[in-house]
Design a protein around this ligand. Structure first.
Ligand SMILES: *Cc1c(COP(=O)(O)O)cnc(C)c1O
Length: 429
């Protein structure tokens, strides 16, 4: 497989782009080599600038759940384009989109659209503080909630239990109100709640997807809901990744809990920049212009993005691919475990709906610490062998693979074959 054109573009890109990318994971830092530059994509396939074709399990990190260039979605976007791209006034599409989202999430009476998951989260922090009058927030080590200052601690860095910024440029003051708890460890939450009477909210990924896929135990999530409710602390469920991925609606419904505030992104834009936060009326009425919590956006609810998002949601509801996802994920899990076993490799596979990923470790992965026990060197070999065999995976041990509804039997056969070849390569390491 040749990557000459990618290599050339990478060199060119380095001049005026930072690291030749606009988001760091695209730089392939944790797997080495030159990042792939993409020319186009269609359905379940993505094609790089050297003409190599891959089955796409990155799917832009989630949004492309219908695969690339779904005809119906593409037509809706084209129609919307003919009317103009942005107006600075509300359009009918925003109302329809709000209706669709509120119907899919029982805990949401009202929603505000923004332009990214990060923006949804930073708005939710402000809203939780406005509503409760408290400043402190709890987050879990290994959960990622976008790059807003207050939550850029223990967001995949090694600083799991201290409120030390995970990035330069984040002042200690910006994270002094952030408390870190451990995923699947309710005692770590209780300890904070006992010590602090001024906690506004707990932020959680209902299924963690940014340390690899990590599922909450049913007791943990139930107790988390119960204790936050009892103490008047808002539970903010970050469904930016999980929203519409494992059912039409949220993971919180499958987990039988209801958020006070829900954050969305990724799938709801269908490939355009859309984020959202929503809650019951009592909370959302705090938001400007109904209330005194200010939050605004020049391009928020952009008509093209709304048309794309709404068409994606409608098509998703129509296709209802969730049983198919379950079946495919199970099939991939079996192949991964079998291929690992045949080659004497320690492997865990975690999955939920259309999110799945293997961890190269013998420890069961239930939190950030156990995820960190993975052998990232082995993942590198696995990743590049998969690429060589026509399968595009997220270039990190700690990213979920995503499934799209366009995956065919043939795609899966090819993927399974690649998995066996890649595990053999790993075993030789
Ligand atoms: C991707 C992600 C975000 C951030 O969304 P952006 O659109 O990248 O800003 C926040 N939370 C979770 C759980 C995510 O997966």
């Amino acid at each position: 497989m040749k990557f000459e054109n990618s290599k050339k573009l990478y060199k060119k890109g380095l001049v005026n782009l930072v690291g030749a990318v606009n988001s760091p994971v695209r730089a392939f830092a944790s797997v080495g080599g030159t990042p792939l530059f993409i020319k186009k994509a269609k359905g379940s396939k993505i094609i790089d600038v050297d003409g190599n074709e891959y089955i796409d399990f990155v799917l832009s990190y989630g949004p492309m759940i219908l695969g690339h260039r779904n005809k119906i979605v593409e037509n809706e976007v084209k129609n919307a384009l003919k009317k103009g791209t942005t107006f600075g006034a509300t359009t009918k599409g925003e109302i329809k989109m709000a209706q669709a989202v509120c119907e899919a999430f029982p805990g949401m009476d009202k929603v505000r659209f923004v332009n990214s998951g990060t923006e949804a989260i930073l708005s939710a922090i402000r809203l939780a503080r406005a509503f409760t009058g408290h400043d402190k927030i709890i987050k879990f080590a290994g959960c990622y909630h976008g790059h807003t200052d207050a939550l850029l601690v223990a967001a995949g860095s090694g600083l799991a239990t201290l409120s030390i910024p995970g990035s330069k440029g984040v002042p200690d003051d910006a994270v002094k109100n952030t408390l870190i708890a451990e995923y699947n460890n309710i005692e770590s939450v209780k300890a904070h709640i006992e010590k602090h009477s001024d906690i506004a909210a707990v932020f959680i990924e209902p299924i963690a997807g940014n340390m690899g896929v990590v599922l909450p135990s049913p007791e943990f999530i139930k107790e988390l809901r119960a204790i936050t409710k009892e103490k008047g602390i808002l539970l903010v469920i970050d469904e930016v990744m999980t929203g519409f991925r494992s059912k039409f609606g949220g993971a919180q419904e499958l987990l039988a809990i209801k958020a006070d505030i829900t954050c969305l992104g990724k799938v709801i834009g269908g490939g355009f920049p859309v984020g959202a936060y929503g809650a019951r009326n009592e909370i959302m009425e705090m938001v400007s212009p109904l209330g005194d919590m200010y939050q605004a956006g020049t391009l928020s609810g952009n008509p093209i993005a709304m048309a794309c998002g709404l068409a994606t949601l409608k098509e998703l509801e129509f296709q209802n691919p969730y049983k198919k996802f379950e079946k495919i994920a199970k099939q991939l899990e079996n192949a991964l475990l079998d291929a690992a076993k045949k080659n004497g490799i320690d492997l865990q596979v975690n999955r939920f709906g259309s999110m799945i990923n293997p961890f190269f470790t013998k420890e069961k992965v239930v939190d950030f610490k156990t995820a960190q026990s993975s052998n990232t060197e082995l993942f590198k070999t696995f990743f590049w062998t998969m690429i060589e065999n026509g399968v595009f995976l997220p270039p990190s041990q700690f990213e979920a693979w995503f499934l799209c509804s366009e995956l065919s039997k043939k795609d899966l056969q090819k993927t399974e074959k690649a998995i066996y070849t890649a595990m053999e390569a790993v075993a030789k390491k």
